[in-house]
Design a protein around this ligand. Structure first.
Ligand code: GCU
Length: 650
């Protein structure tokens, strides 16, 4: 089994020490923290011997002391250094592990023992990754090969899973959902004895690395595996079935964190079929897992996916709020609603979801998508971390002490972008999303310039030119992608189903509620109070801004308003000119990034160079299609020429 170690590829340090001494209580010798430190030290100082004791301490040794300090928070750590000694403490084994990873990271970046002090604890309590892996080994919206969790119906626990747990723990992930929210095939049997042994083994492995294991159950499991004729959440037989199921599940898998549920959404079963609502469904499951400290994470991605395009009243953007806001206060304490970052579906630009800050009596979690479904499918480079940081830092303007999204939630989840290919994420550059996501949730004040450079250095080595080129590419990539695809918040001009490449009317007459309504007079959807009224779902200050065509931010204008092509943006340009400029400039940026990468030939290893070069070639081809098709589409509709006289095909 060959796979990259990504940012945990510990390199040799510039240090001639003969001995590395690791001192800790006997009980910690079995911990992941101790093991990681040993592995890393052996790779970083191959000539030194690594010992578990401190007696032979002299000038030729470096001593690392590991300990647990119960006065620290569970996931908190401290690092204290003096000459030739570093002491790392955690509030628990998980906190200690985070401390060890921090020590190793800083040592790797500095190329030696620098002796530093630090103290940290995570900004977000729940830091999760949701895998959309199917039991047959395929991955929904997977762009990095097959699943490494499942193969032909079997759950795998092997070397790769261990490496995965190490990678995730190193960036602070503490919860992982292993299967697709659309529960298909054998995954329905995850609740049964069929998977008991392998789930237990995986749970144990995750537990060692401070990660709780979660699964997506089939809401209709009482029927699909239980043999009942109903899954009605208020039916006593159903309630008892879940209670028994959870009792045996949790007793076999002590590290099970609970369930993630997609119900009454895109064809998944749910409480609506029985005339019940989402609170009825979620609470029924919550009561079954509560005796074991389990959580039910319930998704708010509920909308009418059989809409008639002729219907101008129904607005998919409204659906999350319309479905869940009336239920505020009805959910049990161990239910968390998982809300996508925007009201539609992981587009390159959407407004922040209006439920954040609005539901004051319900626990919420924010959901992002690292799998680049709509953002270039890991063929285009698109670093999503700045967008995630912006959204978490968004002031909801709801009446509360700290109104930022990050403070209105008790956790964050992201759809994973991994698979079983050598580099885990299809493109080697896409691993920057995985790394940056975890680091940002651990410390929401993380400086993104430093983050990009740090990832590049840990991944590609110390060459300054490589670090600077890679971080420049990462930092500009989201804007470039947005510019050459769908600027101004319009969204959905991609090809239907697989969501790659341009098709301006691909979704226009379909059932998904994703329309741009472009015609010869104008473009955009009126979501102001005079239109669908979506803008009124925000706190008053934002409702006013978004609802007012003159105050709405340019980058969301076409999400909230329908305007003529000659409408002037706040920056002074017309909408049509902005569309042309963005497409030409976005493409040029992509060309610039490809050239920057090409300049690194011989500075990164051949395999990496080839992996990314091939993707840039595809990115440029596809970006050119986006540029020309979208520009032509709007030129044909509007009849307005580009002021700069650039080539627009007709
Ligand atoms: C999108 C995506 C689906 C996915 C869904 C979800 O619609 O295309 O594949 O199942 O999101 O988040 O549930």
């Amino acid at each position: 089994m060959v796979f990259s170690k990504l940012w945990l590829n510990y390199k040799k340090l510039d240090d001639t020490r003969k001995r590395i001494l690791i001192s800790c209580e006997h009980s910690l010798k079995e911990s992941a923290a101790f093991e990681e430190l040993q592995t890393a030290m052996k790779a970083m100082l191959p000539e030194a011997i690594v010992l578990w004791k401190s007696e032979v301490f002299d000038d030729d040794s470096y001593l690392i002391v590991l300990g647990i300090h119960p006065e620290l928070d569970r996931e908190e750590y401290t690092i204290a250094a003096s000459l030739n000694i570093t002491e790392i403490c955690g509030g628990s084994e998980a906190g200690l592990l985070y401390g060890v990873f921090e020590f190793l990271k800083r040592t790797a970046l500095a190329g030696g023992f620098i002796g530093f002090n630090a103290q940290a604890k995570p900004s977000q309590p729940l830091r999760m990754l949701d895998h959309w892996d199917n039991a047959d080994g395929s991955i929904e919206r997977g762009y990095s090969g097959k699943s490494f969790f499942f193969k032909d119906g079997e759950l795998l626990v092997n070397e790769r899973t261990v490496m995965y747990a190490r990678l995730m723990a190193s960036v602070g992930i503490n919860g992982v959902v292993i299967n697709n929210v659309n529960v298909r095939g054998s995954a329905k049997r995850l609740l049964t004895k069929d998977y008991a042994d392998s789930l237990e083994e995986l749970g144990e492995l995750f537990g060692r690395y401070g990660i709780k294991l979660f699964i997506c159950p089939d809401f209709a499991a009482p029927i699909s595996v239980g043999g009942l004729d109903s899954a009605d959440p208020l039916d006593e037989r159903v309630i008892n079935w879940w209670k028994e199921c959870c009792a045996s599940l949790f007793s076999r898998i002590p590290n099970l964190g609970g369930f993630l549920v997609k119900a009454d959404s895109e064809g998944q079963p749910g409480p609506f079929a029985y005339g019940r609502d989402h609170a009825d469904g979620a609470n029924m499951l919550a009561r079954a897992v509560a005796p074991f400290g389990g959580l039910v994470i319930w998704r708010c991605f509920v909308y009418n996916c059989a809409q008639d395009w002729r219907d101008l009243k129904t607005d998919r953007a409204r659906s999350g709020y319309d479905n869940f806001m009336p239920l505020d206060g009805r959910f049990d304490d161990n239910v968390i609603l998982q809300v996508k970052n925007g009201p539609m579906d992981f587009q390159v630009r959407e407004p922040v979801h209006p439920l954040f800050g609005a539901m004051k009596h319900t626990k919420l979690m924010a959901e992002f998508q690292l799998a680049q479904e709509y953002t270039g499918q890991q063929k285009h480079v698109c670093w999503l971390v700045p967008m995630i940081k912006d959204i978490l830092g968004f002031h909801t303007k709801h009446d509360m002490q700290d109104d930022r999204v990050s403070r209105t939630v008790c956790g964050v989840a992201a759809v994973a972008n991994t698979g079983d290919d050598f580099c885990w994420t299809g493109s080697e550059l896409a691993a920057a999303n995985l790394y940056g996501y975890g680091r940002l949730l651990f410390n929401e004040d993380t400086d993104l310039d430093e983050l990009a450079e740090e990832w590049a250095q840990l991944t590609f080595g110390d060459d300054e030119q490589v670090i600077s080129a890679v971080s420049e590419i990462l930092k500009g990539s989201h804007k470039a992608y947005e510019d050459y695809t769908v600027p101004l918040g319009l969204g959905w001009m991609c090809k239907p189903n697989h969501h790659y490449g341009p098709d301006p009317w691909g979704y226009e007459f379909d059932r998904w509620g994703t329309y741009n309504r472009a015609d010869r007079n104008g473009i955009g959807v009126d979501r102001s109070p005079a239109g669908t009224g979506y803008s009124a779902q925000y706190a008053p200050e934002w409702a006013e801004v978004y609802g007012d065509i003159d105050r709405c931010p340019d980058d969301l204008l076409l999400f909230f308003h329908r305007v003529p092509y000659t409408h002037k943006l706040r920056g002074g340009k017309t909408v049509i000119q902005h569309i042309y400029d963005a497409h030409f400039e976005g493409y040029e940026q992509a060309e610039h990034f490809a050239a920057l990468w090409a300049s690194l030939k011989g500075r990164v290893d051949e395999r990496t160079f080839k992996n990314v070069s091939e993707r840039f070639e595809e990115q440029l081809n596809c970006a050119k299609e986006w540029r020309d098709i979208i520009n032509t589409f709007f030129h044909r509709l509007s009849g307005i020429d580009d002021k700069q006289g650039r080539k627009i095909y007709n």
